[in-house]
Design a binder for this molecule. Structure first.
Ligand SMILES: [Zn+2]
Length: 211
């Protein structure tokens, strides 16, 4: 099975992709891992990518695609892409790479979670300023509001989890990935899954859709 997973931050996409990969014996491919591995192994593409990252620049598409190609060649029978493609141009490039290996994508699974739900999930995260324990006011609330269960320390929010930062990340995500969804819809491989349910229900529904 050859799959792409799409979904906004907070949709649980990465964890769902890992679980499905484990159940179905597929290679889980996240671009972050691909980059880190290429850099760690000192491959030619890894060295090039590191130069851009050290300069604080985005790694260009041709380098990312080169790494994706190497991974595809080794795992062409079954994989899940997680966090790639991020643009319609990358989606098209991926199709071309796959055509070169005489393989096709079975499905692009889109974990649909609306903005209000994403905001609710991500802005609910708090951590203890003393011991670092994680809490979520929606799913794992502390016994006493604002106080760590373990050490009594004060709970704080990461800057990344503040409403305006998340709203902005979400806006960027929607702008970039809407065309990716449209692309896969036009190829008849887009499968929407309602991601605003319990984690296990979402897993079951993904497995049901893929058969
Ligand atoms: Zn604590």
């Amino acid at each position: 099975m050859r799959l792409v997973f799409l979904g906004p931050p907070g949709s649980g996409k990465g964890t769902q992709a890992k679980i499905l990969a484990g159940k179905k014996g597929l290679k889980h491919i996240s671009t972050g891992d691909v980059l880190r591995e290429a850099i760690k192994n000192g491959t030619e593409l890894g060295r090039k990518a590191k130069q851009f990252m050290d300069a604080g620049e985005l790694v260009p598409d041709d380098i990312i695609l080169g790494m994706i190609k190497e991974i595809l060649q080794k795992n062409k029978d079954g994989f899940i892409f997680d966090g790639f493609p991020r643009t319609a141009a990358q989606a098209e490039a991926l199709d071309k790479l796959m055509a070169g290996l005489s393989i096709t994508l079975d499905a692009a699974v889109n974990l649909a979670v609306n903005d209000a739900e994403v905001l609710n999930r991500l802005t609910g995260r708090f951590f203890c300023s003393k011991c670092g324990a994680d809490f979520n006011i929606n799913t794992r609330p502390p016994r006493e509001s604002g106080i760590c269960d373990k050490c009594g320390g004060e709970l704080k929010q990461r800057d990344d989890d503040k409403t305006e930062v998340i709203a902005n990340r979400l806006r960027v995500y929607r702008e970039k990935t809407k065309p990716v969804e449209d692309y896969y819809r036009s190829r008849n491989v887009l499968k929407n899954v309602d991601g605003a349910r319990s984690f296990d229900e979402v897993t079951a529904s993904i497995i049901g859709i893929l058969g």
